[in-house]
Design a protein. Structure first.
Length: 488
């Protein structure tokens, strides 16, 4: 266990986020497969804190329910009125103390709307806090534009942090400072608890500022330090949809860079999007216009895209998925999907199988080497190995009330324009004729023919469509035939 393991991490997620202009609470907006607060919780967990408490307020039922889904071990504390960051932290600490937790050690405070913050930076903060013996250590960053952020005021001689001044309360000289407060802190737990009781509300907002704790501790003779983030973009908070989009781009770039450095080819990073939960193995290739979402995994040598969207899908070694949309699907090793293929939940393509052009599958098990080349729907079906399904085939799985399953065996050849009316079984090695509607089981090795006899009605066009282009063409063909016959 790390010597810098904090006693607690407190995540501040109570704000309404009115500038998002959304019915969705700000911290529940998602980028790259996680909510904003989900990213922060994941980074915080890298510290292995003894306790993790998230302070909720606006839409607290929704936020609490989401937290229960993504991290069952996280506690929630309620800030009923938005009275400032200091008040929010106090609510978090009271939740722990009311539960009988006696904090001893370091408390890390983070904001719930900073999805780019990494666990590595938090570890750096905790390490600096312990190494320097500080009462409080603030995570800071130097930014190109500090507008709206609290400024870090340092002693000119020693460089020590003397205060954090909110933008709205800062003087002109202080607003020129580019080093800003990230809103992330490491505190000595006992000193933090004592100082929060002394925070006043005589500021422009009438709120309890957490930043005032620094001044209180400094005046009491305690050491206040800072840890500067290596990348100022990590501390960016999200307040509107523009910033949400910018953070998504930055996080996606980070994920793609990590993938490329691990041996993945990303042909066009500008049009490729992946979630944080996606995994990709060496020598896989991602073509332009591709989205890899959820728990999607690309095995070695897999090739996806262009213009594909895979969600919770596994692409096996050497498999290809082009112009493909897939959800909860397994594409086996050496298999191929696309172009223009739709694979719905429960679909499993066996090794070296194929789901081809304009093919839709749902809850379908496709055996090794089996091909469904084009223009077909396979729903609720099991197909064996090395079978070929003819073009324009439909597995008729729904009777208006219930779904039924069909089975086609191995080494079968089914004709084009077949309807398999479930439940029905086609035995191993069987054939079905083109245009057949299969409503009864087909024994192994049989040929099933289920279609009406063809009947030609001579002269129908001339009688029913006289003078039409079709009638004229037929008349010309008949004349040409007579001329040919007469010349023989």
């Amino acid at each position: 266990m790390s010597a810098n393991r904090p006693a607690a991490v407190v995540v501040l997620a109570a704000g309404e986020g009115t500038r998002m202009k959304s019915a969705t609470p700000k911290v529940l907006h998602a980028i790259c497969g996680r909510s904003l607060v989900g990213h922060v919780v994941a980074a915080s967990r890298e510290l292995s804190p003894e306790h993790l408490v998230v302070v909720v307020g606006h839409a607290r039922e929704q936020v609490s329910a989401h937290l229960a889904e993504i991290d069952a071990g996280a506690r929630t504390a309620v800030q009923h009125e938005q009275n400032g960051t200091g008040h929010a932290v106090r609510m978090g600490l009271e939740e722990l103390s009311d539960s009988g937790v006696a904090l001893d050690g370091t408390v890390i405070v983070v904001c719930g709307d900073t999805p780019l913050l990494t666990g590595e930076t938090l570890k750096q903060l905790a390490g600096a806090h312990a190494a320097d013996g500080n009462a409080v250590t603030v995570l800071t960053a130097e930014v190109p534009d500090a507008t709206g952020y609290g400024r870090i005021v340092r002693d000119e001689a020693s460089g020590a942090v003397t205060a954090i001044v909110e933008h709205k309360d800062a003087t002109a000289a202080q607003r020129a400072i580019r080093e800003i407060n990230s809103g992330v802190f490491a505190f000595d737990a006992q000193l933090l608890t004592d100082a929060l009781g002394k925070v006043r509300t005589d500021n422009s907002q009438g709120e309890e500022y957490l930043t005032d704790v620094l001044g209180i501790l400094r005046e009491a003779g305690h050491r206040v330090g800072a840890s500067v983030a290596a990348d100022h973009r990590e501390i960016v908070g999200i307040n509107n949809r523009v910033q949400l989009s910018e953070a998504r781009r930055l996080l996606n770039d980070r994920l793609l860079e990590r993938a490329m450095l691990s041996g993945v080819t990303v042909v066009d990073p500008a049009t490729t999007w992946i979630d944080v939960t996606v995994t990709v193995e060496q020598d896989s290739v991602i073509h332009p216009g591709t989205q890899l979402l959820g728990t999607t995994h690309l095995a070695t040598g897999a090739e996806v895209g262009p213009n594909s969207r895979l969600t919770d899908t596994t692409v096996g070694e050497g498999a290809v998925a082009s112009f493909t949309v897939a959800f909860d699907t397994v594409i086996g090793a050496g298999a191929s999907a696309g172009p223009y293929t739709y694979l719905r939940p429960g679909t499993r393509l066996g090794p070296k199988s194929k789901a081809g052009t304009y093919v839709e599958m749902k809850n379908a098990e496709i055996g090794e080497g089996t091909k469904v080349p084009h223009l077909s729907y396979v729903g609720d079906a099991t197909i064996g190995d090395f079978t070929n399904i003819g073009a324009a085939s439909v597995f008729v799985n729904y009777d208006g009330e219930k779904k039924h399953r069909s089975t086609v065996g191995s080494h079968c050849k089914t004709g084009s324009d077949n309807m398999f009316v479930a439940p029905v079984t086609v035995g191993d090695g069987a054939y079905t004729a083109a245009g057949s509607v299969i409503t009864k089981d087909v024994p192994p090795g049989s040929l099933a023919v289920a279609r009406g006899q063809q009947r030609n009605i001579e002269g129908w066009v001339a009688r029913k469509r006289p003078g039409s282009a079709a009638a004229q063409a037929a008349e010309a063909a008949a004349a040409a035939r007579q001329e040919d016959e007469g010349g023989q």
